[in-house]
Design a protein around this ligand. Structure first.
Ligand SMILES: *Cc1c(COP(=O)(O)O)cnc(C)c1O
Length: 390
């Protein structure tokens, strides 16, 4: 059967999402990438095989996912992992050694903060957390031993925007690797490699998978030497996704552009509505013209994302009552699925960050975070309205 492979670089995002890294199965013509549930591969002679010898090292379903994700980020190389944390662990474990220093955004995913402070500090890697959205903050925290710059933009959960071109340019000038966690923005809205990042990280659990049915991670990059090094550590450490999980993420990426566009549209409407409510005292959403990150977000993103966080008038108990009273917005951690979620970062996703650290970055005790899904926005607004009245 002839294998028609398309020159991936010639295509636009929506076409890549559906076709990149995928060709009809050569033995059957199956249009969907098969789930290659196998741990090993038969060899003709020792060392003579079809490119696959053991599934921790290489698996065809995972390989299709890795090419697909790379294409979406405009990257030459992709590596898939069993979770976003597995991707971060492999990156840090592979690239850093005792005595190295990392500058990180202060407002990063709680599990990333935990990995840095509870796992890698143990091995003598040092971390400085700064608000990377403030010009000059990265420069101020930089040391001769700084090897890595870790960025999230929009950040989690305060949706702060960092000027990625400036920040990654500074790291590059000082010979450091810059990593952008692009989970919130997705490659639909922002492609950090084109802004100068060395590596893009994803929790594919979120928008790329998109259906809250699997956990996964990825690293995407253009530098061949860096890819070879990280591929070595992917195999050496072993935090790889199984073929079924790889296949679920592949199915998710086919619709990511459509889902993200609709979610952004819904979020814009909800943010505008919330900003007019007397119960809401402060709203974090880069799409609002009044937001501190609006101008930079407009410059580096195609749209403003579908995450919103806000503070409410009154006590913590009031916020908790509101969060517990929504009917459509499900009370749950995670984000980026087709369904809308609501959560309380201080006690849920960011519970592992000490209170003083949290408050310093602006993450208040009562902060509410929304992951806006793709339901009918009128029903979402009605749900928030009834919960505010409780
Ligand atoms: C969820 C998340 C992670 C961690 O990914 P897992 O797949 O849960 O391990 C990292 N960064 C961000 C921004 C996330 O939302």
């Amino acid at each position: 059967m002839p294998r028609r492979t398309r020159p991936a670089t010639a295509d636009r995002f929506a076409t890549l999402a559906i076709h990149a890294g995928q060709a009809p199965d050569p033995t059957t013509g199956a249009i969907m990438t098969p789930i290659y549930a196998t741990s090993t591969y038969v060899q003709e002679k020792p060392g003579v095989h079809k490119g696959y010898d053991y599934s921790r090292t290489n698996n065809p379903t995972r390989a299709a996912l890795e090419s697909n994700l790379a294409a979406l980020e405009g990257a030459r190389y992709g590596l898939a992992f069993s979770s976003g944390c597995g991707a971060a662990d492999t990156l840090l474990g592979g690239l850093l050694k005792t005595g190295d220093h990392v500058v990180s955004g202060s407002d990063v995913y709680g599990g990333t903060y935990r990995l840095f402070t509870r796992v890698f500090r143990k091995f003598g890697v040092d971390f400085t957390f700064v608000d990377t959205s403030v010009p000059g903050a990265i420069e101020g925290a930089w040391r001769p031993a700084t090897r890595l710059l870790w960025l999230e933009s929009p950040s989690n959960p305060l949706l702060k925007i960092t000027d990625l071109r400036a920040a990654c340019g500074f790291a590059r000038k000082h010979g450091a690797v810059s990593v952008v966690d692009n989970t919130f923005a997705t490659p639909v809205l922002q492609q950090p490699l084109s802004l100068g990042a060395s590596v893009v990280l994803h929790s594919t659990t979120k928008y790329l998978g998109g259906h809250s049915d699997t956990v996964g991670g990825a690293l995407l990059m253009n530098d061949r030497a860096l890819w070879k090094e990280l591929k070595y550590f992917q195999n050496a450490i072993g935090a790889i996704p199984g073929p079924f999980d790889s296949w679920l993420v592949l199915r998710g990426t086919k619709t990511v552009h459509v889902r993200v566009e609709r979610a952004c549209e819904n979020a814009r409407r909800i943010a505008a509505w919330l900003s007019r409510r007397p119960e809401v005292t402060r709203i974090h959403y880069p799409g609002l013209r009044s937001d501190a990150g609006h101008a930079v977000a407009k410059k580096q993103m195609k749209d403003f994302g579908a995450m919103i966080s806000f503070d409410m008038r009154g006590t913590l108990a009031r916020s908790v009552r509101f969060i517990s009273s929504t009917r459509l917005f499900a009370l749950a951690e995670s984000l980026g699925g087709v369904e809308s979620l609501i959560e309380h970062p201080a006690s849920m996703t960011h519970g592992s960050i000490p209170r003083e650290e949290r408050l310093k970055s602006g993450l208040t005790d009562g902060l509410v975070r929304l992951s806006v899904g793709i339901e009918d926005v009128r029903d979402l607004v009605a749900d928030l309205e009834q919960a505010l009245k409780r």
